[in-house]
Design a protein around this ligand. Structure first.
Ligand code: HEC
Length: 109
């Protein structure tokens, strides 16, 4: 059996590998269901501070956006968070994901 951490790492890897979330839905579904509980306001602040270095908000609304599911969004936020140079806690990841989903993606989950 995989540990919880391994599961997340595996899910992240699969998301990167396959680009879309189709392969990772089942892996994410169990472990990240509570991502929806994130604090949108806190996520907004974190996002402003750390996530606008490489792209602005237009990347979330562009015509050919790459994220097409909630699971995909979770994976993308994790992957991008790793590139910010600071280590996001699980709570911070939840908050940023909740913010992006609330304001841009509006996936039902
Ligand atoms: C080191 C640069 C960098 C930082 C910092 C960064 N991103 Fe990104 N992000 C990218 C690039 C590059 C893309 C576009 C990738 C592509 O087009 O395939 C992207 C795309 C995305 C997408 C997908 C948009 C779509 O197409 O639907 C999301 C969501 C996202 N970033 C969220 C975040 C969040 C949240 C943070 C802060 C935690 C963040 N990014 C910080 C480089 C970065």
């Amino acid at each position: 059996m995989f540990t919880r951490k391994n599961k997340l790492t595996l899910a992240l890897f699969m998301t990167i590998l396959f680009g879309s979330a189709s392969m990772s839905i089942s892996v994410f579904a169990a472990s990240d269901a509570n991502m929806t509980l994130g604090d949108i306001k806190a996520g907004n602040k974190l996002h402003q501070k750390y996530c606008m270095k490489c792209h602005n908000n237009s990347v979330y609304t562009r015509k050919l956006k790459k994220v097409h599911s909630y699971e995909g969004l979770v994976g993308r936020v994790k992957a991008c968070a790793q590139q910010t140079g600071i280590s996001f806690s699980r709570k911070q990841l939840q908050d940023v994901t909740a913010f992006l989903n609330h304001h841009y993606y509006e996936f039902q989950n």
